[in-house]
Design a protein around this ligand. Structure first.
Ligand code: GTP
Ligand code: MG
Length: 371
């Protein structure tokens, strides 16, 4: 990988770009001022000027430097839950039931539109955030970027069926990510339901439920009839309590969150659902998100109601992006528009160079083969 141009190197070493270009020339290399130099050249040039080159990766070079969390800023935050399980075992029904039973008194109607993440308030005013992305995506797309978004997995298994391939897949994903599993044995209203059989099969798949001496909490439910859902929420909260999930609630830090999903609205532009992870997002904040940037123009909750800020574990719809970000991108609030733009541009340049190098390499390869 190439790292710096003669211009950037000159800045780093306190010499002029011309000195660098001349030095390169004396070493038999022709370079232009903004051309990116390869690693060996940089090492050589640095040595010539009495420096030792130290390389950091491009990822590090374009990362936002963030202050460490202060222990006193850390407070308990709501858990973030992903529901996983085999096809037709009742994931959507469970989410729908939870969502519809969470209509706060006085508010009319539930959440009608589909949103990738939302928060529900359960008994005693405790909150739980649900990620409503296809379960495996929440792990693959986001984890591929090093983002851990899920705190607890609810594994739904239909009591009238069996532990199935996608049940096993979900278990594997959760275990690989070190995320605790709470089991929901669904469809217990059905006459043919056999929860004991499911528990046996789960134990064979390495998930031993608590009542059998295992570490996994388990609840029999009917997503259709609403049986056992309150108890399931209790178990999820108990699991969260054990984990002592904390977030940084300081308002003075670089707030950040994960892009869950984005869409392009004809009137409003880019609308992105962001799960806040650190600090508070607020209107007017300049930010970077992956290769794009923006300034927070509006924040909305899952009901489309305008809000002024959003804190740890809170899902929020954000307006103000210049371009569509990707799911799993990290949105980070910057101290100024200028900083946000500089960093986004740097990332774009690096991305374009990667693409360019890939395409030229292919061309060179095919030329070489022809010769
Ligand atoms: P995919 O999104 O296709 O993977 O399915 P899913 O896991 O989201 O399942 P979904 O919620 O769509 O439920 C599948 C079927 O099972 C639907 O016909 C539901 O009405 C039915 N179902 C879900 N939960 C229950 C339940 O507790 N009892 C009964 N009797 N039927 C249920
Ligand atoms: Mg579904």
């Amino acid at each position: 990988t190439e790292y710096a141009s003669p211009h950037e190197l000159a800045d780093l070493m306190g010499v002029t770009a011309k000195d660098i270009i001349q030095k390169c020339f004396s070493l038999g290399k022709f370079v232009t001022i903004n051309q990116r130099l390869d690693k060996e050249s940089i090492e050589l040039i640095a040595l010539e000027f009495g420096f030792e080159a130290e390389f950091i990766s491009e990822v590090e070079a374009t990362a936002v430097l963030i202050e460490a969390d202060e222990p006193e800023d850390m407070q308990i935050r709501p858990p973030v839950i992903t529901i996983m399980g085999h096809v037709d075992h009742g994931k959507t029904s469970l989410l729908d039931y939870i969502r519809n039973s969470n209509v706060v008194a006085g508010e009319s109607g539930g959440i009608t539109q589909h949103i990738g993440a939302y928060e529900v308030t359960v008994e005693a005013d405790r909150k739980i955030t649900f990620l409503d992305t296809p379960g495996h995506e929440a792990f693959t797309a986001m984890r591929a970027r090093g983002a851990q978004v899920t705190d607890i997995v609810i594994l739904v298994v239909a009591a009238d069926d069996s532990v199935m391939p996608q049940t096993i897949e979900a278990i594997n994903h959760a275990k690989a990510a070190g995320v605790p599993i709470v089991v929901a044995i669904n469809k217990v209203d059905k006459p043919e339901a056999n929860p004991e059989k499911i528990k046996t099969q789960l134990s064979e798949a390495g998930v031993l439920v608590e009542e059998w001496g295992g570490e996994h909490q388990c609840q029999e439910i009917s997503a259709k009839k609403g049986i056992g859902i309150a108890e399931l929420m209790e178990k999820v909260l108990a699991e969260a309590e054990i984990r002592e999930l904390k977030g940084n609630f300081s308002r003075d830090i670089n707030a950040s969150g994960i892009i869950v999903e984005s869409e392009l609205d004809k009137g409003k532009g880019v609308i992105s659902t962001v799960l806040v992870q650190r600090g508070f997002l607020k209107i007017g904040d300049p930010f970077v998100a992956g290769n794009t940037m923006g300034k927070i123009r509006a924040l909305m909750d899952e009901r489309g109601k305008r809000i002024l800020f959003a804190g740890p574990s809170q899902p929020v719809r954000v307006l103000g992006f210049e371009d569509l970000p990707q799911s799993g991108d990290v949105l980070t609030v910057m101290s100024s528009d200028r900083d946000a733009r500089d960093l986004a541009q740097k990332r774009q340049v690096i991305r374009r160079e990667h693409e360019f190098r890939r395409s030229t390499r292919v061309k060179l390869d095919s030329i070489a083969r022809q010769i």
